[in-house]
Ligand binder design. Structure first.
Ligand SMILES: *Cc1c(COP(=O)(O)O)cnc(C)c1O
Length: 460
């Protein structure tokens, strides 16, 4: 019998110490790359090492190189933290080590994913026939949704893309907002469509696709068409006019895919759902559980209103596999992965622990905290560049690129909070993303004060 308690006990101690330290830990890595290479490097181990010792050394070695993204004062990218139920379920996922590709390979994982899928469809208010794949992130969710779209628009043009590929196929156009996320372009590359199939649609000052520009683009071209809309711009949080987009696109026979990596969670809030009117009219959606649901990395979700297109794009048959004949869930029918981690356990636990009301509360509080941050900075003369509609705030200091970048660097050094920079419509900006389930008013007030201190330190 191997010693499980040694390494797992060590991991448990290290984990709870890390989590307990998060609220007061400086929010940023402390070590340089050279220090990390020194702490963790060395030649290939030739001899075995005791597993508990390995865990102790690993935890020690990485300590100063961790970016504490689970902190309530971490506002970088759109990361989100992790809730206790989701973390614990994720640990057990590792221990159970299920290969969740087929029902036969893990009946429990298949049923949990089926249940979680139905909860998600209800939470988001999507058509009840919607199918769900538990993927690694919105990148692969965009890939999978666009694969279903590719299948469907070519099938309508009399072409079987799964059998015949794209050589000789009717060309596909992808109408996507000029401020789409880069993962859309990357998904189109992976799908063999290339980025030159994209017809960029003009956006407004917030990054929202302009419906009139979409109407023009739809009227001047024909053939298989996919419209790729966005709910939650990664910089401004802006939401495309989904109802209008769906109406225009469907009238032209196009498929509507929505990249809603974090924004789809706003549909759970009765107060915010109005911004997503028409969301149930789209054909496929990509979102993340590792962002606003605060499930640990990695966890993305693809949803598709057309089970046959989703299935046609992903399904696989191999002679040695045991496919379930009773209608139970084989995840390989919904996923691009073959062998795969049972990601549904953590999603299930996260939803169960929070409930619909708890999820809505997290989403609404993050948005309220984003407003509080923006208002505090604005009251001190800082320019807020975006309409704060969700959890994203863009600020700029002294209308100056240099100063703005310097303040971002200074805040990262100072350690009270952590955020990153961006360029928004040609101007340097600081991005503040409030995506953590624990962020409260005290976190915001301490962080805003730190930003203003750093600004003063840069000479303004
Ligand atoms: C984060 C994000 C993505 C990419 O998601 P991953 O989970 O990192 O793959 C795509 N689109 C938008 C709008 C995002 O915010």
């Amino acid at each position: 019998m191997p010693d499980w308690k040694g390494p797992l006990g060590e991991a448990f101690e290290r984990a709870t110490t890390y989590l307990a330290g998060l609220p007061e830990r400086p929010v940023g890595p402390r070590a340089t790359a050279a220090e990390l290479h020194h702490a963790l490097g060395g030649g290939l181990p030739q001899q075995p090492t005791d597993p508990q010792e390995v865990i102790a050394q690993l935890a020690q070695g990485v300590e100063d190189g961790l970016l504490p993204s689970g902190s309530g004062r971490f506002f970088g990218f759109v990361f989100g933290g992790a809730t206790p139920a989701a973390v614990a379920a994720d640990w057990l996922t590792t221990v159970w080590d299920q290969n969740a590709g087929l029902y036969a390979a893990s009946p429990a994982a298949a049923v949990v994913e089926e249940v979680a899928a139905s909860w998600l469809v209800e939470l988001f208010g999507l058509p009840s026939s919607t199918t769900v794949g538990f993927v690694t992130g919105a990148q692969m969710a965009n890939f999978t949704g666009l694969a279903a779209a590719r299948h469907d628009v070519l099938r309508k043009a009399g072409w079987d893309v799964e059998r015949d590929g794209l050589i000789g196929a009717p060309p596909i156009r992808v109408l996507a907002g000029a401020e789409r996320h880069d993962t859309v372009d990357r998904a189109l590359r992976f799908l063999g469509l290339g980025t030159s199939c994209i017809v960029p649609i003009e956006v407004d000052g917030q990054g929202r696709m302009r419906a009139d520009a979409l109407a023009d683009a739809l009227s001047t071209t024909a053939g298989p068409t996919i419209v790729c809309a966005q709910v939650g711009n990664v910089n401004t949080g802006a939401i495309d006019p989904i109802a209008e987009i769906c109406e225009l696109a469907h009238a032209a026979g196009a498929w509507v895919h929505v990249d809603a990596a974090f924004g789809l969670w706003a549909a759970v809030s009765p107060a915010l759902r109005q911004h997503l009117t028409g969301i149930d009219q789209a054909d496929s959606w990509a979102t993340d559980a590792h962002k606003w649901l605060n499930v640990p990395y990695d966890s993305g979700l693809v949803l598709c209103a057309h089970p046959e297109a989703h299935h046609a794009a992903m399904a696989v048959r191999a002679s040695y596999l045991i496919h379930d004949e009773q209608g139970e869930r084989d995840a390989i029918e919904f996923n691009p992965e073959f062998s795969r981690r049972a990601r549904g356990f953590a999603v299930y636990a996260a939803i169960r622990a929070l409930g619909r009301e708890g999820i809505a509360e997290v989403v609404e509080r993050c948005c309220a905290m984003a407003h509080r941050f923006a208002d505090t900075l604005a009251a001190n003369g800082v320019a807020v560049l975006n309409d704060v509609v969700l959890n994203q705030v863009l600020v700029r200091f002294g209308d100056d690129d240099e100063l703005t970048r310097a303040v971002v660097r200074a805040v990262q050094q100072e350690g009270t909070c952590w955020m990153s920079g961006t360029t928004w419509q040609g101007k340097a900006a600081m991005r503040i993303s409030v995506s953590n389930w624990m962020t409260d008013e005290e976190d915001i007030d301490r962080s805003a004060a730190a930003v203003l201190r750093c600004l003063a330190g840069e000479g303004l």
